[in-house]
Design a protein around this ligand. Structure first.
Ligand code: THU
Length: 159
């Protein structure tokens, strides 16, 4: 598949993706974003249809804050270690706001997504909203982080 696939609006996406956007939006309501006022929600689907969500959780000691994507990914790993992820959606809204605002995952979360793809030996789709308010769907987290550092560098093995 040619990454990214672009969609003008949510309605143009498939039903499963729209459902995950809805769940991610709900999760964003549970963000603890008292400092940035930027509420992020993530929802991922496992191969059996289980949905796991996460929201960003900030701390008065700013660097201890955690992104929504990683909250969801680590929760999935802890609760369903043997199930593969098939799709991850990230959305954001301003604290107190109703409408979604664009948010594309930070580099740290992209690196963590790659770790998960490596572990499960299968890519998963990533969906998010770009600055021009379009939705993009990637067939793999790899498309989000070219030339990434990986286990192959550490282990000295070839990709
Ligand atoms: N944030 C996420 O939750 N995910 C990202 O990929 C980027 C940023 C959060 C971190 C912080 O709580 C707030 O958004 C503002 O940076």
């Amino acid at each position: 598949m040619k990454d990214p696939e672009m969609f003008e609006q949510i309605d143009d996406l498939d039903q499963e993706s729209r459902y995950l956007i809805h769940k991610a939006k709900e999760a964003a309501n549970h963000a603890h974003a008292n400092y940035s006022k930027f509420c992020v929600g993530a929802a991922l689907m496992l191969e059996d249809g289980t949905v796991i969500t996460g929201a960003n959780y900030e701390n008065a000691s700013y660097p201890l804050s955690m992104c929504a994507e990683r909250v969801a990914l680590y929760a999935a790993a802890a609760q369903h270690p043997d199930k593969r992820i098939t799709k991850l959606v990230v959305v954001a809204k301003k604290k107190g706001g109703k409408e979604l605002v664009p948010a594309t995952s930070c580099g740290g979360c992209r690196q963590v997504m790659l770790e998960f793809e490596g572990n499960q030996k299968k890519p998963f789709e990533v969906i998010m909203q770009t600055d021009d308010h379009k939705w993009i769907k990637l067939s793999s987290a790899q498309s989000l982080l070219p030339f990434a550092f990986s286990r192959h560098n550490v282990e000295g093995t070839k990709k």
